[in-house]
Ligand binder design. Structure first.
Ligand code: 0X9
Ligand code: CA
Ligand code: CA
Ligand code: ZN
Length: 318
């Protein structure tokens, strides 16, 4: 389990209990489902939050996912914060109620539960990043858009950025991609926007990661400007640094490139707090959880508010 000083973090069982409680306490607006199983057969839990939650309504859908990387435990807390904030405050806060009533919010608190549990199993952190298939596949290099194209991942199973033997070879990325594919209804992708939470660079990153160029086939100048504008607006609320993913370093097969390249979902990577300027790390004490998850409340709200038409952020219509 988590070592001393980290008891406020949720392990897999505690995370599962937390989301079940959200459903039990708020059955009209919160529903727990599984999108599939991890390599070691853990459920990949997802919570839907919306009014009339059992019904697929014609409302913009927004996806938040966390813990693609095992050791980035603060991100699990971020997804739990989203779930708890939108359910616990629904009855008392009109702004929250409006978001829940006009959107369908999907939250996946742990995309990589096997890696996350392995990271804490001995009682001291193992600095584990990947999933637990063989030597481990990096679930953020395994996505099927320009997979392995450009030197932004490794073909060596021992590497921290091993892309796997083929795109979607990891059951976790396969399950999440299948879920997103299933949201194409009547030829139209229902999910308009996505944040994939990581740690620890305090960054807001947008596609593409595979190329340093601002525009590329499948990403025109207006679209790049839309990504930049919303990205900078979100970063202004949390004081992270906004930039294109490839400005950090080139990646291929990351989730945001696939979300945009395959589905035209406005997809961002957030890298959360890691210890403050000059410190940096995957393991901040649990004392920072409340502050550093609440730090993203306004960015989450901003994304939800634009989810009906993200290009509205640059004055375009949809
Ligand atoms: O390398 C990653 O997968 C992410 N950083 S982390 O430290 N959490 O591993 C960043 C992915 C964003 N995409 C690009 N930088 N191109
Ligand atoms: Ca609804
Ligand atoms: Ca819907
Ligand atoms: Zn990460």
């Amino acid at each position: 389990d988590f070592p001393a000083g980290y008891a406020g973090y949720h392990n897999f069982a505690e995370m599962t209990a937390n989301i079940r409680k959200a459903q039990t306490d708020h059955p009209a607006i919160a529903q727990v489902r599984s999108i599939g199983k991890s390599h070691e057969n853990r459920d990949l839990w997802m919570v839907k939050i919306s009014d009339n939650v059992a019904t697929d309504e014609n409302e913009p859908e927004v996806l938040f996912n966390c813990n693609i990387h095992a050791r980035e435990h603060l991100t699990v807390e971020m997804c739990l914060q989203i779930i708890n904030r939108f359910t616990d405050n629904y009855a008392s806060n009109p702004t929250i109620k409006n978001f829940v009533d006009t959107r369908e919010i999907w939250v996946i608190p742990s995309v990589n539960p096997d890696g996350s549990e392995y990271d804490i199993a001995s009682g001291s952190f193992r600095s584990w990043r990947k999933n637990r298939q063989g030597q481990g596949t990096d679930p953020n290099r395994n996505w099927g858009y320009k997979w392995g194209c450009c030197g932004g991942s490794s073909g060596s199973p021992s590497s921290e950025t091993y892309r796997g033997p083929s795109a979607f070879s990891a059951p976790e990325t396969r399950a999440l991609s299948n879920f997103v594919n299933s949201r194409v209804v009547g030829g139209k992708q229902q999910i308009t926007a996505n944040i994939d939470f990581h740690t620890y660079g305090e960054l807001v990153l947008w596609p593409f990661g595979w190329t340093k160029a601002d525009t590329a086939p499948g990403l025109n100048a207006d679209e790049a400007r839309t990504f930049q504008t919303l990205g900078r607006q979100m970063a202004a609320t949390n004081n992270y640094k906004p930039e294109q993913g490839s400005d950090l370093y080139v990646t291929d097969g990351d989730i945001t490139d696939w979300m945009w390249g395959q589905h035209k979902i406005w997809s961002y990577t957030f890298e959360m707090y890691g210890g403050g300027p000059g410190i940096g790390g995957f393991y901040p004490n649990d004392t920072v959880i409340n502050r550093e998850t609440a730090r993203n409340d306004r960015a989450v709200d901003l994304m939800l508010s634009y989810a009906d038409c993200v290009p509205r952020v640059i004055g375009k219509t949809c």
